[in-house]
Design a protein around this ligand. Structure first.
Ligand SMILES: Cc1cc2nc3c(=O)[nH]c(=O)nc-3n(C[C@H](O)[C@H](O)[C@H](O)COP(=O)(O)OP(=O)(O)OC[C@H]3O[C@@H](n4cnc5c(N)ncnc54)[C@H](O)[C@@H]3O)c2cc1C
Length: 568
């Protein structure tokens, strides 16, 4: 067992930003845990950019405008005080990154460039071509490496949290490299384990590892999840694979075209067109396909993203990665041909319930959560593109301060021999398990259920059948044996652990979606197509009690803007 003042689980943008802030006091010892090498975290895949009202491209922009766009985009489900806080802090954390060495794209006069993005009333998105997440993650990693009081636990897998019911006291980890189970005792623990859009296994923009492990571990330890029914489907996934083509494609002026050659967004959002928010554009594409104005059929149907009019020079300068992805994975060069696209699961608006946005604290004392695994809530029912990366940085900074200051005030709690043994006993049990179920079959079935029944369009029947079937899959999960008996880099075991986490979360998503009998943001019920503020202008909170799920609702904090119809 080793002791750390602050343990951060996750080395994506959220975890690294938090660790850097906690480590500002050299007397605080910080551990950063990651199941993949830090620079392989999903943050590195972010393309388009991050939002901050710097006013460089248009001086009329302001943090207030950013906040309003975010609240409207959220379909009024975001907590408005938290949104204002994020938008006001945003410019400062972007300048911090600039000073740390992030190579942002520039205006001719040297200031940081800003591009238009969906749902934003000004060009506000700061970027580095279309590799923003990559440069951001590498810069944060360098900054973290430079701090001597941060230790990295790379390729360690979070198995469980230790706590006494009131306060957190450590984490249990599995060392993927050699199969050892270790315990880190901690005064404060920060979960920054990212999202779980891989529950849509076959069609997702997410890294294979975005399986919601931290969210599921918190859930199993009695911590409620908030607004988990809200999943974002990104409009422009490559047709064959679901791999993302950034919103920057539309930000830079790309068109969406149907089989008749129409820019069909005219029908759905005549003012904003392709730059309407993602939930609306995704539904619009699916309507076009349903009504026979798409190309292809069934699961291989698609519409086209046309970038040709931007010209070769601009595509190569501003969208080099997009071009390469289209060439490599779809066999189409956007300089010469329009690219087949279709919506794909992208982002989880919900997550671990945060009680206080200024500290990122959860209901368990000493436990914090930040980034995509957390629900602050600033995205409500639909996140605007570019608002996740800024969320990581702003709330990572403040979570880092809270964890550090908390750790200075408390002592370590004792950990019993039984607690030290629990993780190893669980792993041994898994290795001994017998059964004939196959991991790949259950995972594939999970992906079919989520996509077909908990997808862009939902209704009572589809959701209740999804809930039943996912519960059955969870039972079948108990009968999947670990075929590979080695302790060295056992990906079979890791995938088994990840699948349990995904199944538990997928079932909770279906459960909360079933009970939200309205349509709002990313959650669209064909049987309740209207937003219902009288009954559902509130956050859902779900608990897992043994095998049962329990749901409650919580008021939304409306401090600045009264809910209004969302038109673009
Ligand atoms: C393709 C793509 C493009 C995107 N583009 C943009 C964009 O342009 N702008 C924007 O604002 N947002 C974008 N997003 C969203 C945004 O990138 C993510 O929401 C954000 O990066 C999540 O950061 P994070 O730090 O919370 O998690 P991640 O970056 O996913 O990191 C999670 C970390 O947790 C660790 N971890 C997970 N489980 C375990 C475990 N069991 N044990 C130990 N460690 C664990 C992982 O190893 C990893 O280090 C994009 C997302 C995708 C998928």
């Amino acid at each position: 067992m080793r002791d750390y003042d602050v343990v951060v689980v996750g080395a994506g943008g959220a975890g690294l930003r938090t660790a850097i802030e906690s480590a500002r006091d050299p007397s605080i010892r910080v551990a950063v845990v990651s199941k993949v090498y830090p620079t392989r975290s999903h943050t590195g895949a972010a393309q388009g950019g991050l939002n901050a009202a710097l006013g460089n491209a248009d001086p009329s922009d302001s943090p207030e405008a950013h906040a309003f766009d975010t609240i409207k985009g959220s379909d009024f489900l975001a907590d408005q005080d938290a949104v204002y806080f994020m938008c006001q802090q945003a410019p400062e954390v972007v300048y911090e990154l600039d000073r740390w060495g992030v190579p942002f794209s520039r205006l001719p006069d040297g200031r940081i460039a800003q591009r238009p993005f969906g749902g934003a009333s000004f060009p506000r998105t700061v970027f580095s071509a279309d590799r923003t997440g990559h440069v951001l993650l590498h810069t944060l990693f360098e900054q973290a490496l430079a701090r001597e009081n941060i230790d990295f636990f790379n390729e360690f897998f979070l198995l469980d949290l230790l706590h006494d019911g009131q306060r957190v006291k450590g984490v249990v980890l599995y060392d993927i490299k050699n199969g050892e189970v270790i315990t880190l005792r901690a005064k404060a623990v920060v979960l920054a384990t990212g999202g779980f859009a891989r529950i849509y296994w076959q069609r997702s923009t997410n890294a294979i590892g975005n399986t919601g492990d931290g969210v599921a571990v918190a859930f199993r330890n009695g911590i409620p999840l908030k607004d988990i029914e809200f999943i974002q489907f990104h409009p422009t996934g490559l047709s064959k694979t679901g791999i993302l083509l950034s919103e920057a494609c539309r930000g830079e002026g790309g068109y969406l075209i149907n089989k008749l050659g129409e820019r069909f967004m005219q029908r759905y959002a005549p003012a904003k067109m392709e730059l309407a928010p993602r939930d609306m554009v995704s539904r619009a594409i699916e309507y076009e396909i349903r009504e026979g104005r798409g190309f292809g059929e069934g699961t291989s149907a698609y519409v086209l993203l046309d970038l040709r009019h931007l010209g070769e020079a601009k595509i190569k300068e501003r969208l080099p990665q997009v071009r390469q992805l289209a060439i490599d994975f779809e066999g189409v060069d956007p300089v010469y041909d329009p690219v087949p696209i279709r919506p794909t699961a992208h982002y989880c608006m919900g997550g671990i319930h945060i009680e206080n946005y200024k500290t990122s604290s959860t209901p368990l004392e000493g436990l914090y959560a930040v980034g995509e695994c957390a629900c602050v809530s600033v995205h409500g029912a639909n996140r605007l593109g570019g608002n996740s990366l800024i969320e990581l940085l702003v709330f990572g900074k403040f979570a880092g301060i809270s964890a550090r200051e908390y750790a200075k005030q408390v002592d370590f709690l004792p950990i019993t021999q039984g607690e030290l043994r629990k993780g190893e006993e669980y792993i041994e049990k898994l290795f001994k398990r017998e059964g004939t179920e196959k991991l790949a079959d259950i995972r594939r079935r999970m992906g079919e259920i989520t996509w077909e029944k908990v997808g862009i369009f939902r209704d009572e029947k589809s959701l209740s059948s999804a809930y039943e079937e996912l519960s059955e899959l969870l039972e079948r999960w108990e009968r999947i044996p670990v075929v590979d008996k080695s302790r060295i880099f056992n990906t079979n075991l890791i995938e088994l652990l990840e699948l349990r986490n995904m199944l538990e979360l997928a079932r909770a998503v279906a459960f909360c979606a079933l009970h939200r009998r309205e349509s709002r943001g990313g959650h669209y019920r064909e049987d309740f197509p209207e937003r219902d503020d009288d009954n559902f202008l509130k956050h859902s909170l779900v608990w897992q009690d043994g095998d049962r799920l329990r749901l409650e609702y919580k008021e939304v904090r409306i401090t600045h803007h009264q809910p209004a119809e969302r038109k673009y």
